[in-house]
Design a protein around this ligand. Structure first.
Ligand SMILES: [Zn+2]
Length: 109
């Protein structure tokens, strides 16, 4: 899933999924996910978008790396939260960031 989404210009973040082909990112100088250590996040959203629009393979490659990095970091954070006995709090904060309300079907409106 992380690489398939990456190939389709979708990036996982703590604020939900970004569709980087969207025109709103055309001049966005911020990284895909501020604070992410992956190589994609050393570039701007505008640059990543440009790669997709231009059909450059580097776009899907970078976003796949970002999404895999996101999953790895998420699982590491979850493990830490479990070890520190605060998983429920962690789960709620992630769901809020993703725009998922408790009790919903899990689909973003
Ligand atoms: Zn990243």
């Amino acid at each position: 899933m992380p690489t398939r989404n990456g190939r389709n210009a979708s990036a996982f973040t703590d604020r939900g999924v970004l569709k980087l082909r969207n025109l709103r990112y055309q001049r966005d100088p911020t990284p895909v996910e501020p604070g992410c250590p992956c190589p994609a996040c050393r570039r701007s959203r505008a640059y990543i978008r440009h790669l997709f629009i231009a059909g450059e393979m580097l776009g899907p490659v970078l976003l796949s790396i970002h999404n895999l990095t996101y999953y790895q970091r998420l699982m590491a954070q979850a493990r830490r939260a479990i070890e520190e006995n605060r998983f429920e709090q962690f789960r709620q904060s992630k769901r809020e960031g993703w725009g998922l309300d408790e009790g919903s079907s899990g689909e973003k409106a």
